[in-house]
Write a protein that binds this ligand. Structure first.
Ligand SMILES: [Zn+2]
Length: 181
């Protein structure tokens, strides 16, 4: 039988990811993509192969590992480099994420240098752009450079910040640029 402590932990975990997806100020297309990724429902090669679609379950970015959600977004070399750029822009030390729950914990954890909304928006946007890049490589055989992925991502973050409350957006924008080169 579950103890009260276990039930509380379950409830708080459930609330946790919800907060990382549907926060106030989210951008619908990024939040929806993040929600689907969080549910492990994106049509990754490993899932497609199980349905008899495609011929390989290899990651479309590196071709070296199985394309699982955690590998594609957190452990693939391209993603590690993009996340590294993100962490630099947030003024945080470089690190890697062992799993999706670890990533969610980091998103919702304290960030001394960054307003929470920036971290939430940036995390969802980076996952959206990694997914977009993966689809380009898979369907159109086109690869973007790391710099281009990050430039597109950076522009989208700035646009997302502009959609926030006008009095807030100037402060948020300067916070996003605080650690830019
Ligand atoms: Zn990979």
């Amino acid at each position: 039988m579950e103890t009260n402590k276990e039930i509380k932990l379950f409830v708080s975990k459930k609330v946790s990811w919800h907060e990382a997806v549907w926060f106030k100020g989210h951008i619908p297309k990024y939040a929806f993509n993040f929600w689907v990724a969080n549910k492990c429902r994106l049509p990754l090669c490993t899932r497609l192969l199980k349905w008899g679609i495609g011929s390989s379950d290899a990651c479309c970015m590196c071709n070296l590992h199985e394309e699982t959600r955690d590998h594609l977004f957190l452990q693939c070399e391209v993603s590690i480099q993009v996340l590294k750029l993100l962490l630099t822009r947030l003024g945080e030390p470089s690190k890697t994420f062992a799993s999706w729950p670890h990533f969610i914990d980091w998103i919702l954890g304290p960030s001394p240098h960054t307003p929470k909304i920036i971290k939430l928006l940036a995390s969802q946007t980076v996952i959206y752009f990694l997914w977009k890049e993966r689809n380009l490589r898979l369907h159109e055989n086109v690869s973007s450079t790391l710099n281009l992925i990050f430039r597109l991502f950076d522009r989208s973050i700035r646009e997302a910040i502009h959609t926030q409350n006008r009095t807030q957006s100037t402060d948020l924008l300067s916070s996003w640029f605080r650690h830019a080169n």
